[in-house]
Design a protein around this ligand. Structure first.
Ligand code: ADP
Ligand code: MG
Length: 706
């Protein structure tokens, strides 16, 4: 096939000079067609010298002016001595016709086979002087093939060469040669979705030029503008999706507008067992402002563990109920749903508000009755677990859905909560609560469609939490201290890592409980708590613990989020290095919720580096924001915010940290464009629209938007 006849969809198998083994290898890497090859950008660039001979290098070395550069040269292997285990490296001598030099290979026993005396090879590496002798250590070696000869001839004056993610079967060099062959014709086929004027105003090169420069830079200066263009594209498309969704929510979707009077707000505040902090009051004001509008609220409430988010949520739901509407509270675990139930019960005991609990443990008959009453409007507040989203639940007039402690965001989370007589355009107001602070760059980009409220103040009188790390050999002392505190009426959590709560895993929990009962906590009243217990037993245990009929609970991470027992002042976390950082911070937040200082003891052997880092971070700071920053550094945003599960495609070029300015520009541009052409219907935007839907249509659910 003539290179001029290729299309973007031409299969790699059909490209000139691609052997079957190579094309198989390319397919294995997901590189199926010409477009895939274009998108496969170099990971980095080697600054290469092709014009150095070994004799040149020796002269430079003797003059003490050997530059730090990567040299590529072809020569014959004239001798070879295999290495012995780790002690002595494999050594070979290569002669390029001008002089000879030694190549040394550490820990690469297989090299001996590759370095056949008499064969001609291509070596790439950094020449160094070692004991006044020129040598290269651990250079890359490949057979001097046509591909390398081809690259050499075309690359005479190139100083940068892209290094591609490659595989055993298809080395970077081969990928470079194939891409080089098709590059000029392929970039000629690219349509640009940004107009000349748009690009000129932002100083962005064309797509064609950008791809050409990234694959084959003629100069180091070629790379940054090309990278900037592609990064801008990624950010711009994402921002367009976000802006489109926001516009859709604001103009098409409708939520019930509630008339919230100051009198109602005051009445509800007076029902709370405490005075709201000023941060809580401010956030409640932001929420009630949203509830009065017909645009569905899409608000994220962010506040560190123990900052009092739940109280704000409860008050918001009561606002809705006071205006005659229904509200729903969705919790991540049954245990937490049960706790919310009892909190609300305490607040509303003497009122005529109807509230009910619906979880996976609700009996089918009860469930049927509940769903019926919900539809009739006989229930004002429903409290439940995420299981609610798995089936369609109909409300008579649902105004507010609160989603508690969601630290894994389904970024596109479509509530399956329907109002009676709903059309597709009806949505309840939505409030999502989380203890994980979202960095500014993230909230501008991925979560750009959310309004954010922050509680940055703790309830008064909090003395904080002391965190200690102890070795397993010291636990007797820890438990002795726990027993002493129990004598003063303080309660404690003891957390054991149980990964999946299977019957087998739960025996660990039981045996730990038995050990404590037989030994250090002999005199205490203990019980176990985990997610597998039947709901009524769980309820009973929590109730006894809350009032102090039990001194300590040995539990799984079922208590990780939200659980609130103010009398608990100490938490012991066994094998603490097995937990993630966010998880440890959440667990620690189970104490220090009352007027006494909390104590968190992390029991762990110094294990892996990561484990040690997490423990150190915990001991060092109590600040959830700093913990999240450390966690972000250790795990990356994908894991932390559940982005990986959301289906959002990862950035190929853009980097939210480095490209902050570009992000801001992309955001402004996207908002302006969607303002002027909300659905991108203008024919001049057709290509842009197509690329937007291809990149983000599915995971963002733009299908029903545009
Ligand atoms: P979060 O959900 O943010 O972790 P909670 O709403 O569970 O925090 O509140 C933590 C504890 O602080 C609870 O025991 C709650 O009753 C109490 N609390 C919340 N707000 C206040 C306040 N304004 N004054 C005193 N105590 C409060
Ligand atoms: Mg909470």
């Amino acid at each position: 096939m003539d290179a001029a006849a290729i299309h973007l969809t031409t299969l790699v198998d059909d490209l000139p000079g691609v052997e079957p083994a190579v094309s198989l290898g390319l397919h294995g890497m997901g590189l199926r067609c010409v477009a895939d090859l274009l998108l496969h950008l170099p990971q980095r660039y080697d600054r290469l010298r092709f014009d150095r001979t070994i004799a040149d290098l020796q002269t430079l070395g003797h003059n003490g002016s050997l530059p730090r550069e990567i040299v590529e040269l072809t020569g014959e292997i004239v001798s070879m001595r295999p290495g012995f285990r780790r002690r002595t490296p494999t050594e070979a001598v290569i002669d390029d016709g001008t002089a000879a030099m030694t190549l040394t290979f550490f820990n690469q026993p297989w090299m001996a086979r590759k370095l056949q005396v008499g064969s001609t090879v291509l070596v790439t590496g950094e020449p160094r002087l070692y004991k006044a002798q020129l040598q290269m250590s651990n250079p890359r070696v490949s057979a001097a093939t046509n591909a390398s000869a081809e690259l050499h001839s075309m690359a005479r004056d190139l100083e940068l060469r892209g290094v591609y993610t490659a595989s055993e079967a298809v080395p970077s060099r081969t990928i470079a040669a194939i891409i080089n062959r098709i590059l000029d014709s392929a970039v000629g086929l690219l349509d640009d979705h940004l107009s000349d004027t748009f690009r000129a105003a932002r100083n962005l090169p064309t797509l064609a030029e950008s791809y050409r420069h990234l694959h084959r830079p003629e100069h180091g200066d070629d790379i940054p503008p090309a990278r900037r263009r592609l990064a801008y594209d990624e950010l711009f498309l994402l921002q367009l999706g976000v802006a489109m969704r926001r516009h859709h929510r604001q103009t098409t979707l409708r939520a019930p507008a509630l008339s919230v009077s100051a009198a109602i707000v005051d009445r509800i505040k007076s029902r709370l067992p405490f005075t709201l902090t000023s941060a809580q009051a401010r956030v409640l004001g932001e929420i009630s402002g949203d509830l009065e509008r017909t645009v569905p609220m899409n608000r994220l409430l962010q506040g560190d563990v123990g900052s009092g988010k739940t109280a704000v949520a409860a008050a918001s739901m009561l606002l809705a109920v006071a205006t005659g509407a229904q509200a729903v509270l969705v919790a991540p675990t049954e245990l937490l749903a049960e706790q919310h139930m009892s909190t609300i019960r305490n607040m509303l005991d003497d009122s005529d508000v109807n509230f009910e609990l619906l979880t996976g443990s609700t009996k089918p008959a009860t469930r049927r009755v509940l769903l019926e009453r919900l539809r009739e409007g006989d229930i004002d507040v429903l409290i439940g677990t995420h299981a609610l989203f798995n089936e369609s639940v109909s409300f008579r007039n649902l105004a507010l859905a609160v989603i508690d402690e969601q630290h894994r965001f389904g970024v596109h989370q479509r509530a399956m909560l329907r109002n009676a007589g709903d059309t597709d355009q009806q949505r309840p107001h939505q409030l999502v609560m989380t203890a994980t602070p979202i960095p500014r760059t993230m909230s501008l980009s991925i979560f750009g469609d959310l309004d954010v409220s922050i509680i940055d103040e703790r309830p008064p009188g909090r003395l904080g939490i002391i965190t200690r790390h102890v070795e397993p050999s010291e636990t007797d002392r820890v438990y002795a201290h726990l027993a002493e505190r129990a004598g003063r009426g303080e309660l404690a959590w003891i957390v054991v890592p149980v990964i999946d709560e299977s019957a087998a895993a739960l025996t660990d929990l039981q045996s730990h409980l038995n050990r404590l009962r037989a030994g250090p906590l002999r005199a205490l009243r203990l019980d176990a708590m985990h997610g597998r217990l039947p709901a009524d037993e769980r309820d009973d245990i929590m109730a006894r613990f809350r009032v102090g009929e039990l001194d300590a609970l040995v539990c799984t991470t079922v208590i990780e989020v939200g659980v609130d027992v103010p009398k608990a002042t100490m938490i012991v976390i066994e094998n603490a290095d097995r937990f993630g950082l966010a998880q440890l911070h959440q667990l620690r937040g189970r104490v220090g919720r009352g007027e006494k200082a909390g104590l968190c003891v992390l029991v762990s052997e110094p294990a892996t580096d990561d484990g040690r880092d997490r423990i150190e971070a915990m001991v060092e700071t109590e600040d959830g924001f700093r913990i999240a920053e450390r966690d972000l550094a250790i795990r990356g945003p994908g894991e932390l915010f559940g982005i990986r599960q959301s289906g959002m495609p990862p950035f190929r070029v853009a980097d939210l940290q480095r490209d902050r300015d570009l992000l801001r520009m992309a955001r402004t541009d996207a908002l302006a464009l969607i303002e002027s052409d909300p659905e991108l219907e203008d024919p001049t935007h057709a290509l842009l629209r197509r690329r937007l839907l291809k990149a983000h249509g599915q995971w963002m659910g733009l299908g029903d938007v545009g």
